[in-house]
Design a protein around this ligand. Structure first.
Ligand code: ATP
Length: 133
């Protein structure tokens, strides 16, 4: 089975760099499955787990907090503000962030709903990905 290279990078570091058989991401228009030989593509991503299928049959899950994906040749590059592998995630911190965001969304104060919703999405993505550790 043919492979392609998947790189996930943030402004601070390279989070992931592996040869994979398939990448599944959540683009702004919906879920996208990328296989080797895919046509060139650039798309913004939502805050969501990215799934990578490896030649040994195992799957990696990476928490990717928005950004862009570029597919070119046999290479997929994801550029995100922040991204974490399951073992890097502090689950208690993510639970606290989730609580805070939920409280804000429930409160009657005038808040920035979009910001609170995105914070909730980041926390839920981290909790979800950490379950695949
Ligand atoms: P918090 O409210 O807990 O700070 P956040 O969603 O506001 O969370 P971000 O702004 O997305 O945090 O990330 C800031 C930095 O902290 C990034 O480098 C990110 O990878 C890291 N980070 C945030 N939350 C966690 C977590 N639960 N586990 C590990 N790293 C985290």
């Amino acid at each position: 089975m043919s492979t392609m290279k998947l790189e996930i990078v943030t402004p601070e570091r390279k989070v992931y760099d592996n040869d994979v058989n398939m990448v599944v991401v959540k683009g702004v228009a919906g879920e996208l499955g990328i296989l080797p030989h895919h046509i060139p593509l650039v798309t913004p991503l939502k805050v969501a787990p990215v799934k990578a299928k490896k030649p040994d049959g195992r799957e990696d899950f990476i928490a990717v907090h928005g950004g862009f994906m570029e597919v070119r040749g046999e290479k997929v590059v994801i550029l995100a503000e922040a991204a974490e592998l399951p073992e890097e995630i502090d689950v208690d911190r993510a639970m606290r962030a989730k609580e805070r965001a939920e409280q804000r969304l429930r409160s009657k104060e005038i808040i920035d709903f979009h910001r609170a919703e995105i914070a909730l999405q980041r926390a839920m993505t981290r909790i979800n990905v950490s379950n695949h550790d």
